[in-house]
Each structure stands twice: as structure tokens, then as C-alpha cells.
Ligand binder design. Structure first.
Ligand code: NAD
Ligand code: TYD
Length: 342
């Protein structure tokens, strides 16, 4: 029986990963360390509350004493590190918590992992560390692409990637890193484009599109991401990085939102609102996932259109989940980001 520590497991991708792993690895025990920031929600894991193979610990990864104590008692074989501040727009409003959690928090975990002999530290990162593919440029990000982060979020993730690699080189910590593209699916916090669009439309509000909406992302269904992490834990080589991407090259934000309007029977002309562009807005991300395919036999299997439809259905069927999330402090953020009238 292996013990696996997941950090940030009450967030969007972490909770989907825990569901997937709990179901597919009945031999393992999952520990979840999460500070329950605005993005963490134990509702995401309600069905596992009574499982004897899942345990939740409330705590901050920047808390040295708490983390050291948990690692010493837990004797974890594997760590899968999701915990982070994850939203670009919030990092533009205030970068400081991004540096604290994403950089310093990662270093606290790395120290504890090293001290307690963790056999694999898997670090979840993003393709945003590579910067942007510019308009008219024909290339994809891969494991050899230079780091060129543009937002404070991306810079903080780049810092954490470098620390993980340095702990591997300097202290021989066994690690792997994955840099993945934009995820979508259930339990995604409605500050990010896809759930914001779905929930705004369900509430009868317009969808704010930055600039002209001609930017594009390489959308990855969240369960494909969980499968990719599983493949890396099982077959990945220590000291290696793997890029993980989706199946949607070149679909613009405007096209994505129009698809969602179509799925909800809304007229895009009346339900989309073009707003001031994001500062430093990255134009395009496209990931070349041939390394993980060739070396570990992983490729995404969930097509964007089909799983976008299922995701829209999930938000339609789980209105109380996102209505609770959109109450309270979310309102303050929304006003600050989009202005009081929207
Ligand atoms: P999220 O914002 O939905 O969840 C983050 C989780 O981390 C929350 O449960 C939060 O409570 C927890 N957390 C935050 N600060 C913490 C701290 N100091 N101590 C302990 N827990 C803390 O994020 P997500 O979208 O699920 O992203 C998870 C990871 O995947 C992040 O590392 C992110 O950079 C990376 N990633 C996300 C995407 C995406 O599309 N969402 C794409 C690529 C990479
Ligand atoms: P987002 O979901 O925030 O992910 P990321 O910035 O990490 O890629 O944004 C996805 C794209 O959608 C990005 O190009 C910014 C754009 N966007 C909007 O046009 N309007 C919005 O209200 C939001 C949140 C994002």
C-alpha cells in the first residue's frame, strides 16, 4: 500500500485527480494537504469523506513546521504538488501571494520531501512558463523551449520549476515535472474563461471577452491531465519534464464562447461583451506532446467539442455548487476585475 500526498487537492485539477486516482488505485492511500483558499472547496471531494483511503489535512504549504510535521508522520512515497495560486488576472492585480505560495511554498515542500526520503516529487506546472506564441508564428512548446514567462503567475510557476530541478541536480531529489496546457471540466472555479462563460450565461449575464477574443489556448480535458500524471508516476523517468497538451489547436477564445452560447441556446451577438484587454495578454499556447506519447504511451483521448458539451451539462446540473462559489468574496473580485456595472 503506497501513501501519496496531494497538495492543493481541494482545487479544480487536484480534486479531479484525487477522484481519478482513488477510483483507479485501490491499493493506495491519498492524503490531501490544502489551505482552502478562495479556490479550495471540500464540496469537490464530498463523496470521498468516508473513504478509509482518503485523508484531508487543512494547512498552508508555506507553514514550515506544519509541513515538516506532516511529512515526518506521513512517510509519503510520492508527492503530487498542485497547490498554487493559479489565476493570471489575480496575479496582475496582486503578485505577492503568487510568489509566496508558488515559489516559497514549493521550496518548503521540497525540503520536507528531501528530509523524509520521498521517492518521487511530481511538480504540476504550466505551459505558460514558455511565454506566448505570437500571431503568425508557427511553433509549438516542447520540453526544450526556453522559459520566457510573461505574467506574474507564469513567472512564479517558472521559479518553482527551476527550484524543483535544482533540488534534483543539487541534492538528488527524485522528481518529475509536467507542463500542461489549459484544463477544463467539472469543479473549475468560475473565474477562468470556460466556467465563467457557462455560469454567466446560466445567470443571464454577458460573457466578458478580452480584446478581440482572437487569442487561443490548447484545451485539455481535466481527466486526460489526471491520466497523464498517472503515466508519469508509473513510467516517467526521474529528472525529466513532460509537456501535456490537448486536442484543440487554434480555437480562439471567441470561438470557444460562441460554442458555449450555442450549447446553451443563447445568441452570441446579445450575450458577449468585448472588454479591455488583459495586460500582457499571451496570444497563443500550443503544446507538442510527442515526448509523453512516444516515451510513456500517453495521449489525450477526450475531444474538445464532446467534453465541452459534457462540461456545460455538469454546470447545468450542479448549479448550487457554483452559486455557492459565486457568492461572497467572488463578488468583490468580479467588481475589481470587470468593473461594478457588469
Ligand atoms: P485552483 O486554483 O483551482 O486550486 C488551487 C488549490 O491550491 C486550492 O484548493 C487552494 O486552496 C490550494 N492552495 C492555494 N494556496 C495554497 C497554500 N499556500 N497551501 C496549501 N494549499 C493552497 O488551481 P487548479 O486550476 O486546480 O491548478 C492546479 C495546479 O495546476 C496549479 O499548480 C496550476 O499552476 C497548474 N495548472 C493549472 C492549469 C489550469 O488550466 N487550471 C493549467 C496548467 C497548470
Ligand atoms: P483563463 O481561463 O484565465 O486562462 P489563462 O489565462 O491561464 O490562459 O483565460 C483563457 C483565455 O480567455 C485567455 O486568453 C484570457 C481569456 N479571457 C477572456 O477573454 N475573458 C475572461 O473573462 C477571462 C477570465 C479570460
Amino acid at each position: 500500500m503506497a501513501k501519496i500526498l496531494v497538495t492543493g487537492g481541494a482545487g479544480f485539477i487536484g480534486s479531479n485527480f484525487i477522484h481519478y486516482f482513488h477510483q483507479n488505485h485501490p491499493e493506495d492511500i491519498i492524503y490531501n494537504l490544502d489551505a482552502l483558499t478562495y479556490a479550495g472547496n471540500l464540496e469537490n471531494l464530498k463523496d470521498l469523506e468516508n473513504s478509509d483511503r482518503y485523508k484531508f489535512f487543512h494547512g498552508d504549504i508555506t507553514d514550515v513546521a506544519l509541513v515538516n510535521d506532516l511529512f515526518e508522520r506521513g512517510e509519503f512515497e510520492t508527492v503530487v504538488h498542485f497547490a498554487a495560486e493559479s489565476h493570471v488576472d489575480r496575479s496582475i492585480l496582486d503578485p505577492s501571494t503568487f510568489i509566496k505560495t508558488n515559489v516559497l511554498g514549493t521550496q518548503v515542500l521540497l525540503n520536507a520531501a528531501l528530509k523524509t526520503g520521498v521517492k518521487r516529487f511530481h511538480h504540476i506546472s504550466t505551459d505558460e512558463v514558455f511565454g506566448a506564441i505570437e500571431q503568425g508564428e508557427d511553433r509549438k512548446f516542447n520540453e526544450n523551449t526556453n522559459y520566457a514567462p510573461n505574467s506574474p503567475y507564469a513567472a512564479s510557476k517558472a521559479g518553482s520549476d527551476h527550484l524543483v530541478r535544482a533540488y534534483g541536480k543539487t541534492y538528488n531529489l527524485e522528481y518529475t515535472i509536467s507542463n500542461c496546457s489549459n484544463n477544463f471540466g467539472p469543479y473549475m472555479f468560475p473565474e477562468k474563461l470556460i466556467p465563467l462563460a457557462i455560469t454567466n450565461l446560466l445567470e443571464g449575464k454577458k460573457v466578458p471577452i478580452y480584446g478581440k477574443g482572437d487569442q487561443s489556448r490548447d484545451w485539455l480535458y481535466v481527466e486526460d491531465h489526471a491520466r497523464a500524471i498517472e503515466a508519469i508516476l508509473e513510467k516517467g523517468k526521474s529528472g525529466e519534464t513532460y509537456c501535456v497538451g490537448g486536442m484543440t489547436e487554434e480555437i480562439t477564445n471567441l470561438e470557444v464562447v460562441k460554442l458555449i452560447c450555442g450549447l446553451l441556446g443563447k445568441n452570441p451577438e446579445q450575450n458577449i461583451e468585448f472588454v479591455t484587454d488583459r495586460l500582457g495578454h499571451d496570444f497563443k499556447y500550443v503544446v507538442d506532446w510527442s515526448k509523453i506519447k512516444n516515451e510513456l504511451g500517453f495521449e489525450p483521448k477526450y475531444s474538445f467539442n464532446e467534453w465541452l458539451e459534457k462540461t456545460v451539462e455538469w454546470y447545468k446540473n450542479n448549479q448550487s455548487w457554483w452559486q455557492n462559489v459565486k457568492n461572497g468574496s467572488y463578488q468583490e473580485y468580479y467588481k475589481q476585475q470587470y468593473g461594478p456595472k457588469k
